[in-house]
Design a protein around this ligand. Sequence first.
Ligand code: AMP
Ligand code: TRP
Length: 346
Amino acid sequence: MDAVQTQSDANATFTPRVFSGIQPSGGLTLGNYLGAIRRFVDMQESGVETLYCMVDLHAITVWQDPDKLRHATRELAAGYIAAGLDPARSMLFNQSQVPEHAQLAWIFNCVARMGWLNRMTQFKDKAGKNRENASVGLFTYPNLMAADILLYHATQVPVGEDQKQHVELTRDIAIKFNNDFGVEFFPVPEPVIEGVATRVMSLRDGTKKMSKSDPSDLSRINMTDDAEAIAKKIRKAKTDPDALPSEAAGLEGRAEARNLVNIYAALAGQNVDQVLSDMGGKQFSEFKPMLADLAVAKLSPISEEMGRLMQDTAAIDAVLADGAARAREISAPILKRTYEIVGMVG
Ligand code: AMP
Ligand code: TRP
């Protein structure tokens, strides 16, 4: 705790800077939008320097078809822009175009300990029973994520709840590097996990997070779903037979009901108590169409804009190239200094 305290004080000397990333490993989901992108936009609006990355090197830790990866990277960029990220104010780029990410990740492979990575729950979930056959990249994935963040001396990292452990590992890497080399070079970044939608759950199973990799398309709302698909998925969403409660305490033990109320609250910009004071007593047969209408109203302008942007992929590529060039102005000197600290001649 002492070390953390000292390091946090040391953070005072770092300019506030925000970094986050999303994997282009499939389409964007409502979970990505509410848990991440919408909050990326809020941080951009707050006036701090913001960098948002399409982490293509992370995506290939599990198999990606090359054409689909290219498409998903551009579509993710389109999603960022359509949701309100402004390429003039935020640096938007794909990770592979800034080679310093992979270079710093190697240094961190030599800082992080096997025991630390062995504790990562995302690796256990993604590798499943067949650990022997998981890629080595999937295991060292958190070190690359630490490099993403620390390469820019980022101090704040907006993410969904599932990424908390990885940001904590990033903090451990920063602290160990600084201690090992007797420097105060890397800041100790803070995860920013806020709002009612930090963990949007599957529409089919309230105990699993909504994910682009879930085999059932009915489990998630994709940002590219049309009004009909959104309405159908919400209609078919798993619920229980009871009416909605009028207070949050009544959602205890009702994971699916809680999830739909959270989604409604996040989309409406309300808190759960406000939603329940209006909706308490309603059956799901009445609440679901209201939720579907709200979701369509909020999401369809974004998906239409994504479709429009995707018609000009050259323009998207130009945004990414510009974002990467600006990002490198920050990352190159930080990597150079890291090499010097470690003792590389050159
Ligand atoms: P990924 O799609 O795994 O690259 O995640 C990108 C960002 O979206 C991360 O900040 C995640 O925490 C966030 N995210 C992904 N799925 C969800 C979800 N179901 N609920 C809330 N946030 C999510
Ligand atoms: N691991 C994150 C996820 O799957 C994506 C990610 C990679 C990221 N690098 C990052 C998020 C750096 C925040 C900061 O959701």
